[in-house]
Design a protein around this ligand. Structure first.
Ligand code: GLC
Length: 452
């Protein structure tokens, strides 16, 4: 049995052991610090999204150098007009768009020298596109600037150019009139087939936060032509999410009585959602005092599943309004067993099962019901939960979350070994295929404690 102090001290030792070095400089953390004998897939890579909680932990300790190195290194990997001809990332001969950042990078040996090799999805399982990487990069850049007070880095021409490239890519007008971003399947933390293509909430929340960050980070002379457009997009995105993604008892009632096939501007059921698509569980699940943002919204489609990162990030960056934020926290409090259980917390709720699982996941054995992305519990979500709860003055929820994780880890000291995720309705089982010593599990615990 560990004490809390010992647990935290082990977390720091493990986090330090996960640091990835390039030419003797720390530049990131590996996804899981497992021994070489275990098959690693790409868990020896530094993922952009996985590094965020590590960065928060290091910044809180005053160690800004590793974060600056990471930001610089990933900026070099971004597709730009100088490196486009050398870029290795090709899929059937097609290169990623200008401005894109990789999902992850690794350190390899080439001709006896160390080299950094990126993965834009051209090698990743399922060949998924990392739409969230650029967004996390912008968010982290702003956090770095705020935490260290270093104004110079972001003002460097290379960084200013990098921010612009991302904006050009993400604000590109294509076939679309929605303010939300249209993305392919598995484009973010859920990087497998899970029915999360189209306009998933998580991407919209990250997009919102990243646009706010970019507008703040660009020097006036570098945003003259785009500042108004950013402001308009932010406002429209915010209204769209708050109005159309929001689900509470009142909205569920409205959907239940929706008229369909309506045409024109002043109609109620704009997306032609059929009441029959309202899932039975959702009707009785939303408590009177709670609510949440739906997982996805498109023509004839509302994904009623609760996705934790999308909802918590919406609270953190005020994409949800104050009343909605309180209701999201109320929902978590009232549906604690479903959403938190014995390990904070469920990535999405509920799990998809049977035929639906077959069709939506393509019979993915890793994503069976109540496992991994399909209703599994991810300790990395602890930092999101604590940050969101504290942001809206709900300290007791934050404390309760930390207490549960701590209790389990102190008790199961050598057994759990910081797994990537837990299985089961209540998150009682170490995930079937979970990596051990998963860095963002460790870092999230440190960050949650720091935030308190
Ligand atoms: C899994 C997760 C992904 C994460 C990666 C490395 O693929 O779905 O979000 O970045 O593992 O930890």
């Amino acid at each position: 049995m560990y004490t809390e102090k010992e647990l935290l001290s082990e977390a720091w030792t493990r986090l330090e052991a996960s640091v990835l070095k390039f030419e003797n400089e720390p530049i990131g953390t590996v996804a899981a610090a497992i021994d070489k004998s275990t098959q690693q897939f790409n868990y020896g890579h530094c993922f952009i999204r996985d590094f965020v909680p590590s960065a928060l932990a290091f910044l809180t300790r005053g160690q800004g150098e590793i974060v600056a190195n990471f930001l610089r290194q990933t900026l070099k990997l971004q597709i730009n007009d100088k490196n486009i001809d050398e870029v290795r990332a090709h899929m059937d001969g097609v290169r990623p768009g200008m401005g894109l950042m990789p999902a992850s990078f690794e350190i390899v040996e080439e001709e006896g020298k160390q080299a950094v090799r990126a993965d834009f999805g051209e090698r990743a399982i399922g060949r998924v596109t990392p739409v969230d990487s650029c967004l996390w990069w912008l968010i982290l850049l702003r956090i770095y600037q705020r935490a260290t007070g270093d104004q110079e880095l972001v003002q460097e021409a290379g960084f200013q150019r990098g921010i612009r490239l991302i904006l050009n890519l993400y604000m590109l007008k294509q076939f679309d009139m929605y303010p939300t971003l249209l993305v392919p399947e598995g484009a973010f933390m859920i990087d497998r087939r899970m029915g999360v293509y189209e306009r998933p909430l998580e991407i919209q929340a990250l997009f919102y936060a990243a646009l706010l960050a970019a507008d703040e980070l660009l020097l006036p002379k570098n945003k003259q032509d785009i500042h108004t457009e950013i402001e308009q997009r932010l406002a429209r995105l915010k209204t769209h999410i708050r109005e159309h993604y929001w689900l509470d008892l009142e909205k569920v009632n409205e959907i239940h009585r929706y008229e369909n096939e309506q045409f024109g501007e002043e109609i109620c059921n704009k997306f032609n959602i059929y009441p029959e698509s309202l899932e039975a569980w959702a009707i009785d699940w939303v408590p009177k005092e709670g609510g949440y943002l739906a997982g996805n919204l498109g023509p004839g489609r509302m994904d009623f599943r609760f996705f934790a990162i999308g909802n918590l990030m919406s609270v953190i960056c005020s994409l949800a309004d104050e009343a909605q934020s309180q209701k999201i926290m109320n929902l978590i409090g009232k549906r604690w067993i479903d959403l938190v259980g014995n390990m904070p917390m469920k990535l999405c709720f509920p799990a998809i099962e049977d035929k639906e699982w077959e069709l939506i996941t393509g019979c993915d054995p890793k994503n069976v019901s109540w496992s991994y992305h399909n209703g599994g519990s991810w300790p990395v979500l602890l930092w999101f939960l604590v940050a969101a709860a504290l942001k809206v003055g709900r300290k007791s929820i934050a404390e309760r979350g930390i207490r549960i994780a701590e209790k389990r880890w102190c008790e199961y000291k050598d057994k759990d070994r910081w797994p990537e995720y837990y299985d089961g309705r209540k998150g009682n089982l170490v995930g079937k295929k979970a990596m051990r010593y998963q860095t963002w599990t460790i870092a999230a615990y440190i960050v949650a404690k720091d935030l308190m």
